[in-house]
Every structure is written in C-alpha cells, then in structure tokens.
Design a protein around this ligand. Structure first.
Ligand code: HEM
Ligand code: HEM
Length: 174
C-alpha cells in the first residue's frame, strides 16, 4: 500500500505528487504580479509565502527523488514515444523544482534584499545590488514559464489518457 506497484502508485508517491502539485500551483500565483502594477489579491494573498514555500518545495523534491529511486523498478512503465516524452517532461519538471529556489534566492539577494525563509533571516541585507546575481537569478522567471508550460501539457496529457485513451494512467495516481 505504501509502495508503488505495476498497477498503482502507493500512498507515499501519491502524497508527494498531490501535496506538491498544490504547492507548485499556488507558486504560479506569483504571475499575478504582472496584473495592475502588482496590486492583485492573488499576489497579495500568496506572495508573502512564495519564498518559504519555494524552499519547502525544494526539500520535498529532494526527498521525492530519493523515494522515486527506490520505487522505480516496480513502477508502471509507459512504453513507446508517449512514455519517452512523459519521462523527459517529468525530469525537466524535477530540474525546475530543484533549480528555481536557489535562483530565486540569487535574484532577491542580488537585488539588495535580505533573504528570509520561514520567518528567519537566512542572509542579511547586502550592501547593494550585484549585477551577476541578478543576471543569473533572472533565469527564475524563464524556468517559471518552462514549468507552467510543462504542467499544462502534463495536465492535458492526464485528461487525454483518462477521457480519450480511457486507460488507467490517471486512476493509478489518484
Ligand atoms: C520551485 C519553487 C518555485 C516556483 C515554482 C516559483 C515560481 C515563480 C513564478 C511562477 C514566478 C513569476 C515569474 C515572473 O515574474 O515572470 C516567480 C517569481 C519570483 N520568485 Fe519564485 N518560485 C519558486 C521558488 C522561489 C524561491 C525559493 C524564491 C526566493 C527565495 C523565489 C523568489 C521569486 C522572486 C523574487 C520572484 C519575482 C522576480 C522574478 O520575476 O524573477 N521563488 N516564482
Ligand atoms: C494539474 C494536475 C495534475 C494532474 C491531473 C496530474 C496527473 C498525473 C498522473 C496521472 C501521473 C502518472 C503518470 C504516469 O503514470 O505515467 C503523474 C505523474 C507525475 N506528475 Fe503529475 N499531475 C498534476 C500536476 C502535477 C504538478 C503540478 C507536478 C509538478 C510540477 C507534477 C509532477 C509529476 C511527476 C514528476 C510525475 C511522475 C511520477 C513521479 O515522479 O511522482 N504533476 N501526474
């Protein structure tokens, strides 16, 4: 029940998947900062938690990847081109979830702000701006677009399996 099998993802994989899906989707509300000069209730409500939840996502991703390594042999395998595309997109999603948090930290610190996580100051306010940190940190916004594109394709893929192919792909993750 806890472990994955050929027929179903186990409880721990499903917990990681859906808990992190909720956390990742609410991180996307940061896009609302583009609306109305940053004055939007979505950005205002979720914005203050963006950095801490981002850091939590990174820790959960590391734990999830360790778990995935153990479960890989008994997981259901999707053969063919669709399987290869799905596996590659999962890998790129994991890459984004691991790399976006440090890029976010670089961006904030490079802009001359202190870095606070879970209410604690991790890095004190620097003396000023650091251009190279901002340049690298800008990749955070680029990867945000890559990730949102992949999540939308992933969601569409799950619906395609369920409603058009009518197979068990979605059921084994629910
Ligand atoms: C995997 C976790 C994370 C996800 C999915 C994520 C997602 C996003 C998204 C969708 C945006 C809006 C992009 C845009 O403005 O074009 C954004 C912006 C931002 N994020 Fe994150 N974020 C994550 C983690 C973090 C962390 C840990 C920090 C800082 C410690 C951070 C700091 C920022 C900052 C400062 C911005 C606004 C500046 C910018 O546009 O680059 N993020 N993030
Ligand atoms: C929007 C709602 C979502 C739905 C309906 C959904 C559905 C699914 C389904 C059905 C699978 C199993 C695929 C298979 O067995 O081949 C899966 C796997 C996966 N999903 Fe999602 N998903 C969603 C959101 C997300 C989000 C937001 C992320 C992360 C950014 C994500 C990351 C993954 C990963 C990495 C896998 C591979 C299995 C694993 O490593 O745990 N999903 N998803």
């Amino acid at each position: 029940m806890l472990h994955d099998s050929q027929q179903r993802y186990g409880l721990i994989t499903r917990f990681f998947h859906w808990f992190m899906a909720v956390l990742v989707i609410q991180q996307f509300f940061k896009f609302a900062d583009y609306i109305n000069d940053g004055e939007h209730w979505l950005g205002d409500t979720f914005g203050p938690y963006h950095t801490s939840i981002g850091a939590l996502i990174m820790l959960l991703t590391i734990a999830r990847l360790l778990w995935t390594r153990k479960q890989k042999p008994q997981r259901p395998k999707t053969p063919g081109l669709i399987g290869t595309i799905a596996r590659s997109s999962h890998r790129i999603m994991y890459f984004c979830l691991l790399v976006m948090p440090p890029l976010g930290v670089l961006y904030i610190y490079g802009k001359g702000y202190p870095v606070k996580l879970f209410g604690m100051t991790m890095l004190d306010k620097p003396a000023g701006e650091t251009q190279w940190m901002i340049t690298i940190g800008d990749m955070h916004a680029v990867l945000a677009l890559v990730l949102v594109g992949l999540v939308l394709a992933h969601f569409a893929g799950a619906l395609f399996h369920h409603f058009i192919r009518r197979d068990d792909t979605l059921k084994r993750m629910v």
